[in-house]
Design a protein around this ligand. Structure first.
Ligand code: 3PY
Ligand code: MG
Length: 276
């Protein structure tokens, strides 16, 4: 089962992975993102307009393209963990984690007994991997990814403790919430040095704990900088903003011959101090 997860295999082998972010519902959107060269597509049930049914449509469409579906759940609720994994996701991304205690509760929700408390019974999760229910039950605990987002002040302050939690595979940085929560929000696309330092601190904690580090980027250019700094999981872009930018650009050309670019959510100057 583990070998059927493109993202798990790449991370196990120490390869960098690139992903895309799905916020718009629809199997054709999933297909379009998965076919764009991604290792994984994150189905965003936190800020995207993805409900349970949309998630169940997206996950198999991503799998069918040979790409790993990850699901970002709306919050740390064990029933949301169950729904996401039961639909066949290769891993979950959990926003706004605040402590090692929350991370341990998350692992309990994501693992079958005797390790954890996840309920068993979905026919969709084994089907997602093309394996039997028994194989899924026996292999899921070590094959699926449990990823926490580090984007609160409390999590930053206890990042080593969170990184050390057994069963947490990766720490994924949400620069926007992290900036808001440490008092240095990204305004007008500008990243303050304090936020860059916080990102470097989280990255360093993952190296100490031998865990993977992910980050959310808003463009290929930004993703390339993060790749150069050694991040393991980089979300390159999200569907809605890219669609909006592409449409505005084409409209600009049609109306005036001038391509109009919408500024992205944020941009980092190249080279983040303290990071390779
Ligand atoms: C953030 O930047 O806060 C994120 O969670 C990315 O989606
Ligand atoms: Mg966030």
């Amino acid at each position: 089962m583990e070998n059927l997860s493109r993202v798990k295999v790449a991370l196990r082998e120490g390869r960098q992975t690139f992903g895309l972010w799905q916020m718009i519902p629809g199997a054709n959107v999933s297909r379009c993102l998965a076919r764009a060269g991604a290792d994984w597509v994150c189905v965003d049930c936190e800020h995207g307009n993805m409900d349970d049914a949309a998630m169940h449509d997206a996950v198999p469409a991503i799998v069918a393209a040979g790409v790993s579906p990850l699901v970002r759940i709306a919050g740390m609720e064990s029933w949301m963990v169950k729904r996401a994994l039961d639909c066949g996701a290769h891993g979950i991304v959990v926003p706004l984690i605040r402590s090692a205690e929350e991370a341990r509760a998350l692992v309990q929700a994501a693992k079958f007994p005797p390790w954890g408390r996840r309920g068993f019974g979905s026919p969709y999760s084994p089907a997602s991997f093309g394996i039997s229910s028994t194989e899924y039950l026996q292999q899921a605990n070590h094959s699926l990814l449990t990823i926490v987002q580090i984007e609160t002040k409390e999590a930053l302050e206890t990042v080593d403790e969170i990184a050390a939690v057994e069963g947490i595979d990766a720490l994924f940085i949400g620069p926007v919430d992290l900036g808001n929560n440490i008092g240095f929000p990204i305004l007008g696309g500008v990243v303050m040095p304090e936020l860059k330092d916080a990102i470097a601190r989280i990255f360093a904690a993952t190296r100490r704990a031998r865990k993977k580090c992910g980050i959310f980027a808003v463009s290929g250019e930004q993703a390339k900088i993060f790749a150069g700094q050694g991040f393991d999981m980089i979300s390159v872009a999200a569907d809605f903003p890219v669609l909006e930018m592409a449409m505005q650009s084409q409209m600009g050309v049609a109306r005036s011959g001038v391509s109009r670019e919408t500024p992205g959510l944020y941009r980092f100057p190249s080279g983040t101090p303290g990071m390779r």
